[in-house]
Write a protein that binds this ligand. Structure first.
Ligand code: IPE
Ligand code: IPE
Ligand code: MG
Length: 247
C-alpha cells in the first residue's frame, strides 16, 4: 500500500531537506589520504546532491558545512575547509546562478571566518539574490545554541526599546528571529534531516527547527554518498506518516 504513494504525485515530497555531511575524516583514513582530501571529496559529493535536489524539485536544501564547534580542529584543517569553500564558489557559482539557485548562509559567517571566504560568500549571496529556484542554505560557523542565544538577545532589545511586550513573544517571532527567519526569507522547518557516517545526533544543528523533523541515518561516509542514495532516502521518507501530535 505504501508503495502506492509514489514520488510522481508529489504529495509527500519534503519541502526542506537538511543534511549533516559527516564522515569526511573517516573516509580519508579508510582511503589512506589526508583529511583535507576527504573534505575535497565531500565537496564533490555535495555538488552532486545539490543538482539532484534541484532536479527532484526540492525547494530548500540545507547543508551543515562548519559548526561553531569545528574551530576546535587544527588550523590546517580549518583553513583547508574554508579554502575549499572559496574553490567551490569559484567553480560553481556561475552554474548555480544559471540554474536559478539562491544561496543563503546560516551562521556567523563574518566572524572568525578567513577574509577570502567572506568575500566568496558575499559574492555568492549577492549574485544569486534574485533567484527563486532551489534555495540552497549553507550552515557555516553555525551553532543552534548560538543562533537561539542571538535570537533571545534581539527579542530582548525589541522589548527594551518598547517595540514588543514580553507577553507578545511567541513561537512565530522566535522562528522569524533565527538565521532561518526573515533575514533569509523565512525558510520552513526541515521536513527531513539526513546524517551520514553512522552518527545519530544533531551536533547543535537546527535544534528549534527540528521539532517535528523526520530523521534518516545512513552508515555511508559523506564522500561516498550518492544522488541515488539521496533519492532512495527521499522515497522512504515520502512513505512515512507524520502526525505532528495529532491522531
Ligand atoms: C564532516 O566530516 C565535515 C565537517 C565537520 C567539516 P568530518 O571531518 O567530521 O569527518 P569525521 O567525522 O572525522 O569522519
Ligand atoms: C557536525 O559534524 C558538523 C558538520 C557536519 C559540519 P561533526 O563531525 O563536527 O560532529 P561531532 O563532533 O561528531 O558531533
Ligand atoms: Mg564528523
Amino acid at each position: 500500500m505504501l508503495n502506492g504513494r509514489i514520488m510522481g504525485e508529489n504529495r509527500s515530497m519534503p519541502r526542506h531537506v537538511a543534511v549533516i555531511m559527516d564522515g569526511n575524516g573517516r573516509w580519508a583514513q579508510k582511503n589512506g589520504v589526508s583529511r583535507l582530501t576527504g573534505h575535497n571529496q565531500g565537496m564533490l559529493a555535495m555538488k552532486e546532491i545539490i543538482k539532484k535536489a534541484d532536479v527532484m524539485g526540492i525547494k530548500y536544501l540545507t547543508v551543515y558545512a562548519f559548526s561553531t564547534e569545528n574551530w576546535k580542529r587544527s588550523q590546517e584543517e580549518v583553513g583547508g575547509i574554508f579554502n575549499l569553500l572559496v574553490k567551490f564558489v569559484g567553480s560553481e557559482l556561475a552554474e548555480l546562478d544559471e540554474n536559478n539557485v539562491r544561496v543563503h548562509i546560516l551562521g556567523e559567517y563574518r566572524e572568525k571566518v578567513p577574509a577570502a571566504a567572506i568575500v566568496s560568500i558575499e559574492k555568492a549571496i549577492e549574485t544569486t539574490a534574485d533567484n527563486d529556484g532551489l534555495q540552497f542554505n549553507i550552515a557555516l560557523n553555525y551553532g543552534s545554541r548560538a543562533e537561539i542565544t542571538r535570537a533571545v538577545k534581539r527579542i530582548c532589545r525589541l522589548v527594551e526599546n518598547g517595540d514588543l511586550k514580553p507577553e507578545e513573544v511567541n513561537e512565530e517571532i522566535i522562528s522569524e528571529t533565527l538565521y532561518t527567519g526573515s533575514e533569509n526569507g523565512n525558510i520552513p522547518d526541515p521536513d527531513l534531516i539526513i546524517r551520514t557516517s553512522g552518527e545519530e545526533r544533531l551536533s547543535n544543528f537546527l535544534l528549534w527547527q527540528a521539532a517535528y523533523s523526520e530523521f534518516a541515518f545512513t552508515d555511508t561516509l559523506w564522500p561516498d554518498f550518492t544522488p541515488e542514495e539521496f533519492e532512495s532516502i527521499i522515497e522512504e521518507f515520502s512513505a512515512r506518516g507524520r502526525r505532528f501530535g495529532g491522531r
